[in-house]
Design a protein around this ligand. Structure first.
Ligand code: UN1
Length: 509
């Protein structure tokens, strides 16, 4: 395979190198190897951050914070703007690395880098906003307002499925807010993190700014634990499974730190009698098989009106026959591999659970083998007729398995949609205004994201991203998500010559 993109990113293809992510750190004895799920080849290694190295990273970050927080926010925005420019320049090789190390299609790899560019643009604008309110004081000669200050070190724990975009949602906002970032990337996609880090360091160097403004630490959950337990890290933003989020949430809460959690989803599309089938098809199929079903926003359940059920089933089954599964770097391919063979086992386990529960497969699954599939990570997207209350349907399986559920009236459809522990994304396909508004009403979808006539995945960066219930409640990316990365200070200034007390309290001396 042609791997020129590795050379362009400074991650040489020959003799895979070992990276630490920081210039000041020397390699530790242990390293983490990154194998591509595309062809099983070793791409490179990163050193596992030792406790001592972690201490050095935090010290550097603390020092850098003292410099960074003094820089006016629009000047910090300028640094983020420059990073956006670098990303435009490296969109192609970085998108290819995402595709090669993570396994998503090249279109989606580029899309991820585009999401990074978009959030840079958003953050640049934000750097001139970060507004606080001004209030009317009840006391004469007083002024009251609030301002937002940076928190300090923001710990970012990200997952393999969006190995670059989710970091940038967090870090670009945190940076314009005046925070410095320490990133614990997924141990499954460490080279994507090194590539982003190297590109960011280029910008810091060119502007004579300290390296500690952005750092990477590598390793498994133990390295993540350094961050979650560390009182010097006031905010930990974690993206990943609900299981991981519960541990992170508990650990950070134990020290009264803040956490921002973006966890599992179990996203559904309601397909009503008036739905446009062309729209349903693209929305549902991309939602279910895009990123091989490994997005937290992936469509896992279709809740179909009984009058449409057979038709939708038929159309989907024939669409699934057209899917091309293979090397995600080949532009003709729709579905790449799963991240690793452990993910393949989870997929197989889910299929056998569906069968045990009495589910019928409309499109059969299976692991692919033979030429082009040697890594053992390629699976067939499948569709099963199921029931919402089965344990396996209630559970988020990170694989392209789609469950079909039937409903009679809209109330029942909404109850099914909401009847899972997770609450990230949801959608309704309808041309009926009453149904659409019913779905969006206070008694409608209980998710953080609710769409009409688009699928559950592929949110734009301008909106706040995240969900309720076991999805963790955090909001990242657009809207006013930036507030999570700052501390609010209320200021009351007395410019009168007396000191009246609030609530009319008299205290004469
Ligand atoms: C994720 O899967 O963790 O909405 C993030 C989407 C993407 C982000 C997904 N913009 O599908």
């Amino acid at each position: 395979m042609q791997k020129d993109f590795l050379r362009k990113l400074g991650l040489k293809a020959k003799n895979p190198g070992t990276w630490t992510g920081q210039e000041h750190l020397s390699g530790s004895a242990r390293s983490l190897q990154s194998h591509s799920p595309v062809d099983g080849e070793l791409i490179g290694s990163v050193t596992i951050t030792t406790r001592e190295q972690y201490e050095q990273v935090i010290l550097r970050a603390q020092e850098a914070f003292l410099v960074w927080r003094q820089m006016p926010a629009p000047k910090r925005g300028e640094i983020v703007r420059q990073y956006g420019e670098v990303l435009r320049e490296y969109k192609d090789p970085l998108g290819r690395l995402v595709s090669y190390e993570m396994g998503k299609s090249l279109q989606e790899g580029w899309g991820e880098v585009q999401e990074m560019i978009d959030i840079c643009d958003f953050a640049v604008g934000l750097s001139r906003q970060l507004y606080g309110l001004s209030m009317h004081s009840e006391r004469p000669g007083h002024r009251m307002y609030e301002q937002w200050h940076p928190l300090g070190i923001v710990g970012i724990i990200s997952a393999f499925n969006f190995p670059v975009a989710v970091w940038s949602w967090n870090s670009m906002l945190a940076l314009v807010c005046g925070d410095v970032c320490v990133w614990k990337a997924s141990e499954k996609t460490p080279l994507c993190a090194i590539a982003c880090q190297n590109l960011f360091q280029k910008v810091l160097k060119a502007n004579n700014l300290p390296e500690g403004i952005s750092s990477v630490v590598n390793g498994d959950y133990k390295v993540g634990e350094y961050l979650t337990k560390d009182a010097r890290v006031p905010l930990v933003s974690a993206t990943g499974s609900t299981r991981m989020g519960k541990i992170v949430g508990r650990t950070v809460a134990e020290r009264l730190g803040r956490s921002l959690l973006e966890l599992g989803g179990n996203n559904a599309i309601i397909i009503t009698p008036s739905a446009d089938l062309k729209i349903v098809l693209t929305g549902a199929v991309f939602g279910a098989v895009g990123t091989a079903g490994q997005r937290c926003t992936s469509t896992r359940r279709l809740i179909i009106h009984e009058s449409q059920y057979e038709e939708v089933k038929k159309v989907l089954a024939s669409a699934y026959k057209q899917l091309r599964i293979g090397d995600p770097l080949d532009p003709n391919i729709h579905v790449g591999p799963l991240i690793d063979t452990a993910a393949v086992e989870n997929y197989q386990h889910a299929i056998s659970e569906v069968k045990k529960s009495g589910g019928k497969f409309v499109v059969e699954g299976g692991v692919l083998s033979g030429p082009g599939y040697e890594s053992g990570c390629y699976v067939k997207p499948c569709i099963a007729e199921a029931k919402n209350d089965w344990a396996i349907v209630q559970h988020e399986t990170f694989a392209p398995i789609l469950y079909l559920l039937k409903y009679k009236d809209i109330e029942e459809a909404i109850a099914i949609q909401n009847g899972v522990p997770q609450g990230l994304s949801s959608a309704i396909m309808t041309n009926n205004l009453r149904e659409a508004e019913r779905f969006l009403s206070v008694a409608g979808s209980d998710c953080g994201i609710a769409n009409v006539n688009i699928g559950t995945s592929g949110a734009e960066i301008g909106g706040a991203f995240g969900g309720e219930k076991e999805t963790g409640g955090g909001r990242e990316s657009g809207s006013d998500s930036w507030k999570a990365y700052m501390r609010r200070q209320t200021n009351t200034i007395n410019y009168s010559e007396t000191i009246p007390l609030a609530q009319g309290i008299k205290f004469d001396l």
